[in-house]
Ligand binder design. Sequence first.
Ligand SMILES: Cc1cc2nc3c(=O)[nH]c(=O)nc-3n(C[C@H](O)[C@H](O)[C@H](O)COP(=O)(O)OP(=O)(O)OC[C@H]3O[C@@H](n4cnc5c(N)ncnc54)[C@H](O)[C@@H]3O)c2cc1C
Length: 392
Amino acid sequence: MAAGPLFEKPFDHRTIRLYQYYCSGIIGVRRCCNWLTGWCFPTDQADSLKSMKYSTDVVVIGAGPVGLFSIFELGLQGIRCHVLDSLPAAGGQCIELYPDKPIYDIPAVPVCTGEELIERLLEQSAPFKPEFHFNSEVTGLDRHDDGTFTLHSSAGDSFDCRAVIIAAGGGSFTPVKVRVEGIDQFEDKQMFYRVKDPSIHEGKRVVILGGGDSALDWALELQPRVESMVVINRTERFRAAEANVQKLMELESAGKVGVKLGTIVEYKDTDGLLEQIKITLRDEARTQEWLSLDHLLVFFGMSPKLGAIENWGLDFEKRNITIEPSTFETSIPGIYAIGDINTYVGKKKLILSGFHEAALAAFAIKSKFEPDKKINVQYTTTSSLMQERLGV
Ligand SMILES: Cc1cc2nc3c(=O)[nH]c(=O)nc-3n(C[C@H](O)[C@H](O)[C@H](O)COP(=O)(O)OP(=O)(O)OC[C@H]3O[C@@H](n4cnc5c(N)ncnc54)[C@H](O)[C@@H]3O)c2cc1C
């Protein structure tokens, strides 16, 4: 069921998308300059420049709905933050698992889709100019004697900060892998779980595994540019937008794409070059077939993994971080956990609970930063300071 528009006046989604790309764009441009430096001066010194070093008040781990709302709450307190997510864009479960599904239990929003909620949250946090770092999984944490932290990301960047908010949900979404022994040796060479640069697949014989939105989006996008394409789905049911399934079937009828129902079971390589994969077809005879290929694109969906956070010495209860419910501080002073990642008596894994937790964590962080000051509640309706910070 599709949800209706959020408000009578349709919301300008493009502005928010542009804003999101703008934020990651700034970081992309900086990184590009560093890469160029490294290319021009291939020395150890240039090598160290490839990684970026940032300094901020708070690092938020996770750009799901709760992480996004914490940007807003921190912003109201006058606190700057950087936000890291292992995914290529904001949204967490709302975007990864149910972008088009209606949500009915967000206060004052009778119905909105997962995607609309994330767009709204991005719009709401925009006045506070958060710096987003996508495709950046938080991998390491250094604790310093003065109570500050340095976080490290899979992109090679490091972030000095005074406090950390973990809003990592069920963990970092990672691609579900192909279960054929030895095939991972081709990852990022001939086998890809994400399309980072579509041009590398041009003119290639491409096989796509999967039948969801990502599989079909990329099949349709790449088909005009590849030498040949076969899409292999496990079942007759494609879990993708109906219009895209229709387009794929039209391409199949026109002989431009092969569509097969089956499962990958084996591969053949020559001198480390993947040449063929064997599939077992979903027919009664369980026929097996070899397919020649240059590139294998795999879209089996994403599954969450807690990863490095598990090894930071935080207290856990059944894979959830325990916190003090008045501040949402974890067992490590200065590190807070909000949203689906935490647990306490009465915890409910709901977006609205995460929003409340984000507000209390922001107040607690403000008190920690300014221990001699009484932090009063100020209404956005009437406080000129809040309105100044919001830029309204
Ligand atoms: C099908 C479905 C329907 C739902 N419907 C509702 C509903 O109607 N109402 C409701 O209230 N709730 C609903 N929920 C639950 C809701 O989506 C979650 O409660 C909410 O997404 C939790 O938000 P979060 O920000 O805590 O975590 P998430 O949304 O899981 O976001 C966490 C983010 O952190 C990132 N991350 C994790 N680890 C790292 C790391 N080490 N480095 C970098 N990034 C990292 C992840 O990539 C992810 O983007 C639904 C859930 C599902 C699956």
